[in-house]
Ligand binder design. Structure first.
Ligand code: GAP
Length: 507
């Protein structure tokens, strides 16, 4: 997979900003946290809601061919047998018996250390942007430690799923640095299990859904029978999904509880699926750009044919350049009619629809764009974060932190600031404007501190505009100062113009 240079912001900086300004907290922090779970604070909840709302508006409300549903998180366990999740929703797991650490086998890399053609030992490293370099350094260090003379060959990294049984006892654990404690990879099912009802036996086992998609398939006939839909059409849903990830990591990028926005677009079995697939990839890319992601950070990755499931016709991921590398943001899969056919088989109920053109019953095929809200959230923060040197009030230079969030998703659209808090006329006018704006938009009223400091506070949380009520507002024509976050330019504006600007930019 191609890897591009990281944008300037580090994950530590972003995590610190998220905590400081109330975007994201570690879940259950007062008890030491719980790995892979997060809470969204006041600003984070607004930002996340805006991402969801923009997607729902564009994907469902503004299209005539997509309907939205909301299905339950716990479904009949047979759903997950039919979908293949009970048997196959697994990751390869490696245990370290000495440290009790667990690793995803495909994220734990090793290499033989070969000197003058002979293997003299093994080294290991966890997946990172510099795995090959880390393994090479470890190999050099092992050669030095063992005082072996000769030419060290360049290491050939492999992951633990590729290790031969006789190699496993020789590979050192990343936790202890010693060989002998790693187990062979075994399949670990990532679904969270629970029990429904008072009994906790095999008959009551159920699962927290690992994807929202099966809700759309299980309700396919209900929607067809009640929704006045005709092929091609889509069923969309936004909701929580749960995966017991072996190694949740990179903040909210891979967590155990996350939110998905998925859409199943049903097409005729004879339709040009490749064309439809491409149209949806383009739609997803354009949508990401519409909420402010720079095109330069986006790329595409086509899954190789030999790695696809047998029923899959093709999957393309839209990749985003995160600080920790280029990673999957949005998967767009052409799944044939596998899911509906499986539910037909397992439920015994037909999942076909009558095709007027051919007077035949058909089981439609599907194109599935599936994305995580949390991954988009992280992407907009990574792309929007900047630190700049700017002029301060006295003509000197100061640093400003700014989040360049699109007005569509910014948690606060406008901050209303009276120039002075001890002038009742200014405060009253500012509060009146604040109340009026609040009926339609998320706005913030702030009268504390120097005006420059108040601007900086808003820059840091991504507020696109500040309006300042000053003496001209009350003594002259009612206009106020509009200050733009990105350019920092200021101009006089009337209230009606402000509402027109918001109408245009916040949609
Ligand atoms: N129904 C298909 C499906 O769920 P997926 O590639 O497993 O496909 C779709 O997931 C999207 O959900 C991913 O592209 C990613 O954006 C998001 N996602 C998956 N696992 C996640 C996790 N552990 N944490 C956060 N987001 C995740």
């Amino acid at each position: 997979m191609p890897d591009a240079p990281s944008p300037p912001v580090s994950m530590e900086t972003l995590v610190a900003l998220c905590k400081r300004r109330g975007f994201i907290f570690q879940s259950s922090e007062i008890y030491g946290g719980i790995n892979g779970f997060f809470d969204y604070g006041p600003l984070g909840a607004e930002l996340k809601r805006n991402i969801r709302d923009c997607w729902w508006d564009d994907m469902v409300r503004r299209r005539d061919d997509v309907v939205g549903i909301e299905t339950s998180i716990i479904m009949h366990p047979k759903v997950w047998e039919a979908s293949g999740h009970v048997a196959g929703f697994t990751d390869p797991l490696v245990d370290c018996r000495a440290s009790k650490q667990r690793y995803r086998a495909d994220q734990l890399f090793f290499a033989a250390v070969v000197v003058d053609g002979a293997t003299v030992g093994y080294v290991s490293a966890l997946e990172s942007e510099r795995t090959p370099e880390a393994l090479q350094e470890a190999a050099e260090s092992l050669k030095r430690k063992k005082a072996i003379q000769g030419r060290l060959e360049p290491v050939k990294p492999r992951d633990m799923t590729e290790a031969a049984p006789e190699e496993i006892p020789l590979i050192p654990s990343p936790a202890t640095g010693e060989p002998g404690s790693l187990t062979a990879p075994r399949s670990f099912n990532m679904m969270f299990q629970t029990n429904v009802g008072a009994m906790t036996d095999a008959s009551s086992v159920a699962y927290l859904r690992p994807e929202t998609a099966q809700g759309m398939f299980a309700d396919f006939k209900n929607v067809v029978d009640t929704g006045r839909v005709k092929l091609p059409f889509g069923i969309a849903q936004i909701g929580k999904s749960f995966r017991n990830e072996i190694t949740p990591r990179n903040f909210i990028f891979r967590s155990r509880e996350f939110e998905q926005m998925e859409m199943e677009y049903f097409i005729h079995e004879d339709a040009d699926w490749a064309k439809c697939h491409r149209e949806w990839i383009n739609w997803c890319r354009d949508w990401l750009i519409s909420i402010g992601l720079p095109e330069s950070h986006l790329s595409e990755y086509d899954h190789p044919k030999e790695k696809l499931a047998f029923y899959s016709r093709g999957t393309t991921d839209i990749m985003f350049r995160y600080p920790f590398g280029v990673q999957e943001l949005w998967g767009i899969a052409a799944r044939g009619n596998y899911d509906l056919s499986q539910h037909e088989k397992f439920s015994g109920l037909p999942q076909s629809i009558f095709d007027e053109a051919t007077k035949r019953k058909i089981v439609p095929h599907v194109i599935e764009p599936a994305v995580g809200v949390d991954r988009i959230f992280l992407a907009v923060l990574c792309a929007g974060y900047a630190e700049e040197d700017v002029k301060d009030d006295k003509g000197g230079s100061e640093k400003r932190t700014v989040l360049r969030l699109s007005p569509r998703i910014a948690p606060v659209k406008v901050a209303v600031l009276p120039l002075l808090k001890n002038k009742p006329e200014l405060v009253a006018r500012a509060q009146a404007l604040h109340k009026k704006l609040q009926r339609r938009y998320a706005v913030f009223y702030d009268e504390g501190g120097a005006i420059g400091r108040r601007y900086r506070r808003q820059d840091e949380i991504g507020t696109p505009w500040c309006v300042t009520i000053d003496f001209e507002t009350i003594e002259k024509d009612g206009s106020f100062t509009l200050r733009e976050r990105d350019s920092m330019q200021q101009r006089r504006i009337q209230e009606a113009e402000l509402f027109a600007l918001l109408e245009e930019k916040v949609y």
